[in-house]
Design a binder for this molecule. Structure first.
Ligand code: PRT
Ligand code: ZN
Length: 296
């Protein structure tokens, strides 16, 4: 294996909605990424990995071909490209909890709309023709599809198409263009994708190490460490209340017979309501702490 092959190459979006958060994920996994003079390729100083910074549309193919071992891309882009991806060359290894958006069909405010049947005979502008055509076929709708690479929301005003099928996050762009969302084609978030075609292309141990760290980062996002004191007699009730806690650690409190300290890692969000229920069940001195690092 050459020196080059010993480094993992990871495809990330160069500029746009996913660019910063993609690099941040790996930085949280401990990688020091040098934003150097080479704009196309950023290097990790303390881990054998390089980041290929490209347009998001190219990421599935970079990973499918094996040019990159990993990539981060919106599920919407991946599904759109899926028919072109060589079978078995890519798998979705993890949803990443950012880049949430929804591919929606939106109509001009003044258009009457009741159901997908109202789309029969209209023209729909979109950057996602594959996903849209699948949706239309599944719903038995016969509509024209006008492919646009951007600025889809202005298509009805320019009379390029009657309605649009576009990504929506806050909905502000639709509203600003006099459009209202009527149907959901797909919900999406950023996903980590992985080359699976030629498994020997990248050093498996390096990949496994990096993925274990990424899993650690993802696991700590919702996870909290919770500590409290309680009467031993209330233990069963308290364990019942703790969200996704597995087996907590229970230790006696010195000088307080019948009282214990309970420590647990909660895999789900700990809400104020949970603390109130723990208190009502007899707990006191309840502490909830964030977890910085975790290896499962
Ligand atoms: O240059 P490149 O091709 O890499 O960038 P791009 O313009 O194709 O992609 P980009 O950065 O817009 O989006 C990259 C990915 O981020 C998408 O494929 C989605 O998976 C995800 N994502 C999350 C979004 C949004 N949120 C989003 N809001 N992608 C696009 N938008 C657009 C939306 O279409 C609208 O025009 O942002 C605009 C604002 O949205 P509102 O609803 O908040 O007004
Ligand atoms: Zn793009």
């Amino acid at each position: 294996m050459t020196d080059q092959e010993q480094r993992l190459r990871i495809a990330v979006q160069k500029k746009g909605q996913l660019a910063d958060k993609s690099l941040q994920l790996f930085e949280q996994a401990g990688l020091k990424i040098t934003r150097g003079a080479n704009d196309l390729l950023y290097r990790a100083e303390n881990f054998p990995a390089d980041f290929l910074r490209v347009r998001d549309d190219d990421i599935p193919q970079f990973v499918a071909s094996g040019a990159c071992a990993l990539g981060i891309v919106g599920e919407n882009v991946l599904q759109e490209d899926w028919p072109e991806i060589e079978a078995g060359a890519v798998d979705v290894s993890r949803p990443l909890g950012f880049g949430h958006c929804t591919l929606k069909i939106a109509v001009p405010n003044e258009m009457d709309y009741v159901s997908p049947a109202d789309l029969n005979g209209v023209s729909i502008a979109t950057s996602y023709p594959v996903l849209l055509k699948n949706y239309l076929a599944q719903n038995g709708v016969s509509a024209g599809v006008v492919e646009m690479s951007g600025a889809v929301e202005v298509a009805p005003r320019l009379k390029v198409a009657d309605v649009v099928c576009d990504l929506v996050s806050t909905g502000q762009t639709l509203a600003a263009n006099g459009l209202r969302a009527v149907e959901t084609v797909m919900k999406s978030e950023a996903v980590l994708i992985r080359h699976t075609g030629r498994k020997t292309l990248y050093p498996e141990d390096l990949l496994a190490r990096l993925l274990r760290r990424v899993d650690g980062v993802l696991a700590t996002r919702e996870t909290k460490y919770i500590m409290m004191n309680a009467p031993e007699s209330a233990l069963d009730d308290i364990i019942e209340i703790l969200p996704g806690a597995g087996a907590p650690t229970v230790t006696p409190l010195a000088g307080k017979p019948g009282q214990v300290a309970i420590h647990a890692v909660c895999q789900e969000s700990v809400f104020w309501e949970t603390l109130e229920r723990l208190k009502a069940a007899g707990s006191s001195a309840i502490l909830v702490l964030p977890i910085e690092k975790m290896m499962l």
